[in-house]
Design a protein around this ligand. Structure first.
Ligand code: PLP
Length: 284
């Protein structure tokens, strides 16, 4: 693979970042994952705007202009011949060559790293046709989940707990209400109405969430943004998640309780189709 590090395109084996980098030592870093279909970027602007917001919230410098960012994404997609896959982008606060809780001087250069992941069949994945089995776990993450930081240890552990239970993913619960999935936003459907948690500091403001809710509204689907419990979701007709890496993913089971007939529900399937179709047309 050819990867990008601080202005250079290099073979992945030659890319280097300091061991003092605060991204490595403290997860002082933000990231974005943008999907690629037909060799084009899906919802690039949404990801670029959210990156800017994450950087601002953490008082981190913007490493380059949004136009340059687009060029880097496009160049990596081209150099690596990606037709379907992902572009991973990470920006860290860098370092001034030592470890300290105090931020390094404001003129310290941020570290920016990008790489591609080739995922043929991403749009027509086996998982999306089967649907996902979910377990619920307590949400013990920090209080600024709206900032897309690389503090992903708990979500990673959650995913491992799901795998150990023979499932695919975990939804997290705080104060009795579902927040989101380990790496996706969570929804259920009851009597034709789509229910999902409203935006706040408690969840990531998903780029796919925004697009899917807009498309659902355009398709005259009913949407309610409110807190919901895992028990409500278990009694739902269907459920699904959204993310840039899995688009709309049907959920067929929650904590061992089968939803509907245990196959992907009609609204999730339809939203996946609409999302893929419209996103392909708008891809850049
Ligand atoms: N929620 C969390 C915790 C995530 O990590 C992600 C994606 O990584 C999402 C939601 C979905 O966001 P997006 O649709 O922008 O990929």
């Amino acid at each position: 693979r050819t990867v990008y590090v601080n202005g250079e395109y290099l073979p992945e084996t030659e890319a280097k970042v300091s061991i003092f980098d605060r991204g490595f030592l403290m997860a002082d870093a933000v990231y974005e994952v943008t999907s690629v279909l037909d060799g084009k970027l899906i919802d690039f602007d949404g990801h670029a705007v959210r990156l800017k917001r994450s950087l601002n919230e953490l008082q981190m410098a913007e490493p380059c202009s949004m136009d340059e960012l687009l060029e880097i994404h496009r160049k990596l997609v081209e150099l690596n011949g990606i037709e379907e896959g992902l572009v991973y982008l990470q920006v860290t606060r860098g370092s001034d060559g030592d470890r300290d809780f105090v931020f390094p001087p404001a003129d310290t250069k941020p570290t920016m790293v990008l790489f591609t992941q080739n995922k043929p069949g991403l749009a027509d994945s086996e998982a999306s046709r089967t649907g996902a089995k979910i377990i619920s776990i307590e949400d013990i993450r920090w209080g600024r989940r709206d900032i897309k930081t690389t503090q992903l240890l708990y979500p990673s552990l959650g995913k491992m707990m799901a795998k150990a239970a023979g499932c695919d993913d975990a939804w997290m619960i705080e104060d009795g209400y579902v927040t989101e999935g380990t790496s996706n936003n969570a929804y259920f459907v009851k009597n034709g109405k789509i229910v999902t948690r409203p935006l706040s500091n408690d969840i990531l403001h998903g780029i796919t969430r925004k697009a899917v809710l807009r498309m659902a509204a355009e398709a005259q689907m009913e949407i309610e943004e409110r807190l919901f419990t895992i028990d409500e979701a278990k009694e739902a007709d269907e459920a699904f998640t959204t993310s840039a890496s899995a688009f709309v993913m049907p959920v067929i089971e929650i904590d061992g309780v089968m939803l509907g007939d245990g196959t992907p529900g009609p609204i999730a399937k339809r939203l996946r189709e609409i999302y893929l179709d419209e996103s392909r047309k708008a891809a850049i």
